[in-house]
Design a binder for this molecule. Structure first.
Ligand code: GLN
Length: 279
């Protein structure tokens, strides 16, 4: 009978042939998911045989992963700021760099005592829910144009028992009323021209969450122009953007009258998180 180690090795080789990056880690996590154990526990169980009842669902998962279904959709969860969030095709899969944006906001910005926070384009809710949990005195509003995304975000807020949070179905600011101390937004920013060269996994993210017109900045342009009307004096705006978009976004922020404009790099050095204040 095949052991866990045999299965790990055979699955890794198969995923490598299919061109999947980090094939071994992918296979480990799929086995852990199937056996409901941690990666550490898996190492201690390498010699254990796997029977058909465990192998059959693993084969299905492996086949889907080989076809480019993202690992996060197969596992159903993703860790963000040390919490597990459900993820599926209703919204963008949370990315590690967005976690860095949460960290910058939590650790480097001084917010008023009980801040009013808006997460515009909340998707799965990772930013808004993380801010609500980390800043219990905050009142957080999560907005999205997608009702699918909102249903996922609400599910995550319930699972994580975030209570200082509400959800609004809104096309950018159309259903929002003002008075925020912080508006954070991970809006779609991928240029339409990049579509042919994107990794196959991105086909599983909703188009609505990814693409922002020819240069990627269509939605961000409108967002920046409208944001000041919804910010308190001294309020902060913080965004996530793509590679090489920082100069254009900084220009937009400055033309709209924002001050203290600063773009923070992500861990790979890409200028990824523009921030600014309303004077
Ligand atoms: N970071 C994502 C990607 O390029 C895009 C996310 C977004 O458009 N907000 O894979």
């Amino acid at each position: 009978m095949k052991t866990i180690l045999d299965t790990l090795e055979a699955g890794t080789t198969w995923l490598e042939k299919k061109g999947i990056e980090d094939a071994r880690r992918n296979m480990q996590l799929m086995i852990c998911h199937q056996l409901d154990c941690s990666k550490i526990q898996l190492y201690t169980r390498f010699d254990e045989p796997l029977d058909e009842s465990a192998l059959a669902p693993l084969r299905v998962m492996l086949k889907q992963r080989g076809e480019g279904v993202p690992l996060q959709h197969l596992l159903g969860t993703v860790e963000f700021y040390l919490r597990d969030f459900h993820t599926d095709a209703r919204a963008l899969i949370p990315r590690p760099e967005t976690e860095e944006l949460a960290e910058i906001l939590i650790k480097r910005f001084k917010l008023p005592e009980s801040p009013a926070i808006l997460d515009m384009g909340t998707g799965s809710g990772v930013l808004g829910i993380t801010l609500a949990k980390e800043i219990p005195s905050a009142a957080v509003t999560c907005a999205d144009v997608s009702t699918d995304a909102l249903s996922l975000a609400e599910q995550n807020a319930t699972a994580l028992d975030a209570q200082n949070i509400r959800f609004v179905h809104s096309d950018l600011f159309s259903q929002i009323e003002g008075g925020y101390d912080l508006i954070v937004a991970n809006l779609p920013y991928v240029p339409e021209t990049d579509r042919p060269s994107l990794a196959p996994e991105l086909a599983h993210d909703p188009d609505l969450a990814l693409f922002g017109g020819q240069d990627g900045l269509d939605i961000i342009r409108t967002f920046i122009q409208e944001a000041p009307s919804y910010l308190n004096p001294g309020g902060i705006i913080a965004l996530e953007i793509g590679i090489h978009q920082n100069e254009e976004v900084e220009k937009l922020l400055s033309a709209t009258g924002f001050t203290d404009i600063k773009t923070y790099p992500d861990l790979s050095g890409i200028l990824r998180f523009p921030t600014a204040s309303k004077s």
